[in-house]
Design a protein around this ligand. Structure first.
Ligand SMILES: [Mg+2]
Length: 310
């Protein structure tokens, strides 16, 4: 049997002061960490504001693709968090940055996603088609023939999938047809299969991504956590040092795994999706892959970090 992994230490008292003193930057996931839906976690805003008063740099990393940087900045401020839009790294702006600067996209995007995602693409000078309810099929031959014969826009050089409440069979069909061209870039904002909500939640973007992957027999390049790309965006824009940065999140398979993938220390907060029991089961397993899902530390709530800052 391989050696048991370390991790899952309860972060409190002197250990908490020591960890906070050893970091310059803190990355926070939002939903399940700072708020649940529109209800803030008690003490979370106080913590974010106090950290910044103490000279710590704070960034917000969210897999949610339905909000622009500006919208996130407004939400944070409306819930009394001191934050500027440039501290927010969501999958909508990061997907646009990826297509513009990494994939060097020429041409436009066929988008399955939100108006906010379209806005972030436009902010990077990228045109797109697709979002919204979409035109109904014009009358003609049988609908299936129409779907197969519909002319494609020759200018489309990428397919981007984000959360889209207007996802339809026709959009799936179009995306798959664009992706038949191997030169067409295939990007997804994130692969979360559940959107946690009061009462259990609903299917997340990952379900739409899986549908397009199955239809196109291709695999999407993923922007969101656990991919390292959003952290790379933070480094590029703000120059943080991974060895003096901590990632705080409520999900082991996205937040904590991204932290592990980027060489960051990690804190699991128990106000969201993942449980301490799940983290301990990963820690006590023999799987090296599962050890990457183990946080260094856990807190019951981010508010538990406050006493160390007094
Ligand atoms: Mg979360």
């Amino acid at each position: 049997m391989s050696a048991m992994a370390a991790g899952c230490a309860h972060l409190s008292g002197a250990l908490c002061s020591q960890v906070l003193a050893s970091v310059d930057a803190l990355l926070f996931d939002c939903d399940g960490v700072l708020w649940k839906g529109d209800t803030p976690i008690p003490g979370a805003a106080q913590l974010i504001n106090r950290l910044q008063e103490r000279g710590k740099r704070v960034f917000f990393l969210t897999n949610n693709s339905t909000k622009s940087r500006q919208m996130y900045g407004e939400k944070l401020r409306s819930l009394c968090f001191q934050a500027r839009p440039d501290q927010v790294f969501g999958t909508a702006p990061c997907a646009a940055l990826y297509l513009r600067h990494e994939a060097k996209l020429r041409g436009s995007v066929y988008l399955i996603g939100s108006a906010a995602l379209r806005g972030e693409l436009q902010a990077q000078g990228i045109a797109c088609s697709g979002p919204g309810t979409g035109p109904e099929l014009t009358p003609g031959p049988g609908p299936m023939q129409a779907w197969a014969a519909e002319p494609l826009d020759p200018n489309v050089g990428a397919v981007l999938i984000g959360f889209d409440e207007h996802f339809t069979y026709l959009k799936l069909c179009r995306a798959a047809r664009y992706l038949q061209d191997p030169a067409c870039i295939f990007v997804a904002t994130n692969t979360d299969t559940l959107l946690p909500l009061e009462g259990g939640g609903i299917p997340g973007t990952g379900c739409l991504v899986k549908a397009v992957e199955a239809a196109s027999k291709r695999t999407a390049h993923v922007i969101g956590k656990p991919s390292a790309f959003m952290f790379e965006c933070v480094v590029k824009e703000h120059g943080v040092d991974p060895s003096r940065t901590v990632m705080v999140g409520d999900r082991l398979d996205t937040d904590i795994l991204m932290g592990s993938n980027c060489g960051l220390r990690t804190i699991l907060t128990l106000t969201g999706v993942s449980t301490l029991e799940e983290a301990i089961a990963h820690r006590d397993s023999d799987s090296v892959d599962r050890h990457k899902l183990v946080p260094n530390y856990y807190v019951d709530s981010v508010a538990d970090l406050l006493p160390a800052l007094n």
